[in-house]
Design a protein around this ligand. Structure first.
Ligand SMILES: [Zn+2]
Length: 420
């Protein structure tokens, strides 16, 4: 969005109010006795708080309702075993965002080939970059319309994301082949049929945030990081962060945001191609709660021996992998295909040719050479893992969602010789 400084301040205030409301709500909710906690009681409390607390009123009523809805959903995710309980949101570690849960007052118009106008509650008309065809104005009807929006801030500023409802004919079932996909070490995505999806920037150091930057950008980032570290070392304890240091931090953040956008763009292009080509896509399942408390730890308390603990030392980090799976899920459905998940353990150690798991078969991160004297299969380790993932699916070991929880439907244990 193209905003004036005054508009930026207004939306910033709304985002801070939304986060504060979440924290107040969490405080109130956890203080109550269990039988008193209900959606209706929370709704009444929020209405009262908005009347009594002046700075909460900057948040539009709709956005306040959206905070409650998200908070309640967070508890539901916890009760149904998908996530940890909700927690307080810290000022500096929370993505700033404001929900606009209804689309009827947005009044979107296109004013230029590349620009549109939208009405943001309590801010007014603002311009935004028209990057995707939107069902607005004459193009909108009962089936195709905008049902809401969300404002999100990153290092490059405020963005608006529209929630769109469109009518699509049911796709024909996809007749394409089956494929297993592994988040690889020597390539970002390894496919069981031997295809790889990689990108030019790919290095063995792809887990670093700067892998998506050009040589010159990487050099700039390094210089900025050194400058920031130097300035920080000169700062006395208790002294406030200087404007210069803050400006350096902002430039670092904007370079990292650029790298992240490039990574997401690549993921979109790759997953679309995969969903177009294959009818059945099989990936390994990674437990969500494990992702939250990964070996990496948090910014304040980094984990120890991270490289060893992350086991395969995956170059594609788990957040990126989770996003890939999300994209594949909805894109496969769009093209009439289907995505299955299989339990993860052992896929990188087992030989996909003979079915034996012999220690030491995986010679290095990239090379797999079977130690079974009767087999001796040799090949790319990621390719091997992808073939194992497809094999697990063909054995009927897919995870089936049951009552909101993923459970393993176990096939009878099969001897390695027949499991080939
Ligand atoms: Zn083998």
């Amino acid at each position: 969005m193209a905003l004036t400084p005054a508009q930026i301040r207004l939306i910033d205030e709304q985002a801070h109010a939304a986060r504060a409301l979440w924290n107040l709500l969490h405080d109130w909710w956890t203080m109550l006795a269990k039988h008193q906690r209900s959606l209706a009681a929370a709704d009444a409390a929020i209405r009262q708080a908005r009347k009594e607390i002046e700075w909460l009123a900057v948040l539009p009523a709709q956005a306040a309702q959206a905070v409650l809805k998200t908070y309640y959903q967070a508890w539901k995710n916890c009760w149904e075993g998908r996530a940890h309980p909700p927690t307080f949101k810290a000022r500096f570690h929370t993505v700033m965002s404001v929900d606009i849960p209804q689309g009827r007052d947005l009044q979107i118009t296109r004013v230029h080939r590349r620009w549109g106008m939208v009405t943001i509650p309590k801010v007014g008309r603002v311009r935004f970059r028209w990057t995707k065809d939107l069902p607005a104005g004459a193009k909108a009807d009962a089936g195709n319309r905008i049902t809401g929006a969300r404002l999100v801030k990153d290092a490059l500023g405020w963005h608006v994301a529209f929630r769109v409802q469109t009518l699509h004919p049911m796709p024909e079932p996809h007749q394409g082949p089956q494929v297993g996909i592994d988040a690889g070490v020597s390539v970002p995505l390894a496919l069981s049929d031997g295809n790889h999806h990689t990108h030019e920037q790919w290095r063995s150091t792809c887990d670093k945030s700067n892998a998506w930057l050009t040589g010159r950008e990487q050099a700039t980032l390094l210089a900025l990081e050194r400058r920031a570290a130097h300035r920080k070392s000169l700062r006395k304890q208790g002294e406030r962060t200087s404007h210069r240091l803050r400006a350096t931090y902002d430039r670092i953040a904007s370079l990292r945001a650029r790298a992240k956008r490039r990574a997401i763009d690549w993921q979109h292009q790759t997953t679309t191609e995969i969903a177009r080509t294959y009818g059945v896509i099989v990936v390994e399942d990674l437990a969500i709660t494990n992702m939250v408390t990964s070996a990496k730890g948090t910014v304040e308390a980094p984990g120890k021996n991270v490289a060893q603990k992350s086991g395969l030392n995956r170059s594609i980090n788990q957040e990126a992998w989770g996003r890939t799976v999300t994209m594949l899920t909805y894109k496969a459905a769009r093209y009439g295909g289907v995505l299955h998940k299989v339990p993860a353990p052992g896929t990188s150690q087992r030989c996909s040719a003979c079915g034996f798991t012999i220690p030491g078969s995986r010679q290095s991160q990239a090379v797999f050479a079977c130690k079974n004297p009767g087999c001796g299969w040799r090949g790319n380790a990621d390719h091997n893992a992808a073939r194992n993932i497809l094999h697990l699916y063909r054995m009927g070991l897919a995870l089936v969602p049951a009552a909101g929880r993923a459970v393993v439907r176990r096939a009878r244990r099969v001897k390695p010789a027949t499991a080939r």
